[in-house]
Design a binder for this molecule. Structure first.
Ligand SMILES: *[C@@H]1O[C@H](CO)[C@@H](O)[C@H](O)[C@H]1NC(C)=O
Ligand SMILES: *[C@@H]1O[C@H](CO)[C@@H](O)[C@H](O)[C@H]1NC(C)=O
Ligand SMILES: *[C@@H]1O[C@H](CO)[C@@H](O)[C@H](O)[C@H]1NC(C)=O
Length: 532
């Protein structure tokens, strides 16, 4: 080859490497748990750092939380809805069922979606941006709808443990299994806090009932509303084209904690995105932590959605006051709007309350000994990453399952809501602080999470680049999603097999009858001849 040809080839290759990889990606921030937002924000910033053209799309209130950022934020106002706040934020008091949560979430998501799709100026802005790929969480029907409107593929960000059925209808608008193999014999289902995968017969029965119960509720209460939203926007998610829009799912779970099972090729367990090495704390907080000395600090936070009643908080405060450690307690603004509401709690002199804390940095602080948590996926993984053991007090959705996993891995003590106000509550905290086995288990999980070359955020962006480079084709999808159920479950094969077997048995029995008949006839004849 002539030298100039080499040069041209190299230029072409490099050109492809630079232009071909510089994609245009729109990240859709959905109303709901803020942990989703922060995870997708980190991934989007990494895309920007690698030279991709990126932008956020978010409701106005969420857009405020994204800022300050160098990335372009397209925002739209959400219409006030039946007395709800315009933020579409959700607050749940006490333990909640999955269906109650979904029932609350769905109209909020629908309203936010209508506010976006009916806003011609924002839709024009989105068109002008010229995205090749969307990044969003398909728990929000709007991601599917927008992808269809724009005729684009999307990468699904999944900020929870891969449990199925996890709002199957919300995900797909169909009642088909969503994304994982899900053997009921060894995978604890939604809202089951089993602390093992080696289930007893009673547990497997419970698991079986829970699976079908959740499916039934999903079918009856979630599916109609979701399908209505899709129909209203003229989309049928069950067509082959729509089914292939979701090219990959990036799941923040890691098998260091997650129940073990095989996963489909388009489902990538990238690991927890939010945890990172701790930054120094603000001075007043650092002083509080340092002042705890060797005894250390118990940190308490219940996430962004769950809240506790005043009685429960007072009982907790009384229990904390008796502990030999310092206590750092994050409560939400709605729980403690002012000084008097903090005074109402009768805090012990070892306890400090704040409405905002840098959770990752607190968990990564050397003085932090233990964490009382609702066990949302992000909290669980942040604690595990920093090797902090947990007192697990789950509320709803995936939290009981996360709590079960943490207990199974030996890094958590289970706490029930009914324990609060009884001796069992301080006893559980004392066990967690006094028995080193939980901290040791947490440290060993931390090693498993950190022993890797690429961070979860880098891995997420690697996969997004892969999706861009392969033209957004859903080539990793298993045929499972396209097959009719009788083929998927091989009902036709079983039918043919059973009919054939029945035929063989029938023919065999007829033949034996015939032979027996012929034999007895010849015996009779023989006997008759002898007699004659
Ligand atoms: C559409 O969104 C733009 C940009 O956020 C906003 O200024 C405008 O008021 C919205 N229009 C409607 C009808 O809500
Ligand atoms: C803090 O409270 C504990 C128990 O309630 C008490 O024994 C201790 O003296 C108090 N310490 C200070 C500095 O007030
Ligand atoms: C510590 O906890 C582990 C796990 O629950 C248990 O097996 C062990 O016996 C406990 N040790 C003590 C000293 O209580």
């Amino acid at each position: 080859m002539e030298p100039w040809r080499h040069g041209l080839l190299l230029a072409l290759l490099l050109g492809w490497a630079v232009d071909g990889w510089a994609g245009t990606v729109l990240t859709i921030i959905t109303p709901g748990p803020q942990s989703h937002m922060f995870g997708m924000k980190k991934i989007t910033l990494e895309m920007a750092a690698r030279g991709h053209k990126v932008a956020f799309l978010a409701a106005e209130k969420d857009a405020e939380r994204l800022r300050p950022t160098d990335v372009n934020v397209m925002s739209y106002p959400v219409r006030p809805w039946k007395g709800q706040t315009a933020t579409g934020s959700i607050q749940l008091a006490g333990p909640h069922s999955l269906i109650a949560t979904v029932a609350q979430y769905q109209p909020i998501a629908g309203n936010s979606c209508d506010s976006l799709l009916d806003n011609a100026s924002v839709m024009a802005q989105i068109q002008d941006f010229g995205a090749e790929l969307l990044l969003g969480t398909s728990m929000f029907p709007c991601v599917n709808i927008l992808a269809s409107r724009l005729d684009l593929p999307f990468v699904n960000y999944f900020g929870a443990s891969p449990i199925e059925p996890f709002l199957t209808s919300l995900w797909r608008g169909s009642n088909r299994r969503f994304f994982t193999s899900n053997p009921l014999s060894y995978v604890p289902q939604m809202e089951q806090d089993f602390a093992t995968q080696y289930l007893s017969l009673a547990q497997r029965l419970q698991n079986f009932v829970k699976y079908w119960q959740t499916h039934l509720f999903d079918y009856l209460y979630v599916r109609p509303g979701v399908l209505k939203t899709y129909r209203q926007h003229g989309i049928d998610l069950d067509t082959p084209r729509e089914r292939r829009r979701m090219v990959l799912t990036l799941c923040i779970a890691d098998f260091a904690i997650e129940w073990l099972r095989p996963m489909p090729p388009d489902f990538k367990m990238i690991g927890p995105v939010l945890p990172e090495p701790a930054q120094p704390l603000p001075a007043n907080l650092e002083e509080f932590m340092a002042g705890a000395g060797e005894e250390g600090v118990l940190y308490i936070a219940m996430g962004t959605v769950a809240t506790l009643g005043l009685k429960e908080r007072q009982a907790m405060a009384a229990a904390f006051a008796q502990l030999p450690v310092r206590v750092l307690w994050r409560l939400s603004k709605s729980e403690v709007p002012d000084e008097s509401s903090i005074a109402e709690l009768n805090l012990g002199n070892n306890t400090k309350v704040a409405t905002w804390l840098p959770q990752n940095d607190v968990l990564g602080h050397p003085r932090t000994r233990a964490f009382l948590s609702h066990c949302g996926a992000n909290s669980l993984y942040e604690a595990a990453y920093h090797g902090v053991p947990i007192a697990a007090l789950p509320f709803f959705g995936d939290q009981p399952g996360n709590a079960g996993q943490a207990v199974a891995r030996g890094m958590a003590v289970p706490v029930r809501h009914s324990d609060i106000g009884t001796e069992a509550f301080p006893a559980a905290l004392a066990e967690l602080l006094g028995n080193g086995s939980y901290a040791a288990a947490a440290r060993s999980i931390s090693v498993k999470l950190r022993a890797r070359k690429r961070t979860p955020v880098q891995e997420a962006v690697d996969w997004i680049e892969h999706a861009l480079a392969t033209g957004g084709k859903a080539y990793l999808r298993t045929p499972e999603h396209d097959l009719p159920l009788f083929v998927l479950w091989s009902l036709d094969v079983w039918a043919i097999f059973l009919v054939s077997a029945a035929l063989v048995i029938y023919i065999f029995s007829k033949l034996t009858q015939l032979i027996a008949y012929a034999l007895s006839r010849s015996l009779e004849n023989g006997a008759a001849k002898k007699a004659a």
